[in-house]
Design a protein. Structure first.
Length: 60
């Protein structure tokens, strides 16, 4: 896997983690922000042919 793919996967993982933390904290604003970041990270990864399913991120 190249560095770009690894960086994109790391971004997806970080976004999923931020979303989980926001949901756990019950912060609706942070949930919305985290969902947007996850959607963007997944979209970029897919545009570059990176399989986001290996991170468990299927939405986006």
């Amino acid at each position: 896997m190249n560095e770009v793919a690894e960086a994109l996967l790391a971004r997806v993982r970080a976004a999923r983690s931020a979303l989980a933390a926001a949901v756990s904290a019950g912060d609706t604003y942070d949930v919305a922000v985290a969902k947007d970041e996850l959607d963007d990270a997944v979209r970029l990864a897919r545009q570059h042919g990176v399989d986001v399913e290996e991170t468990g991120a299927e939405e986006g």
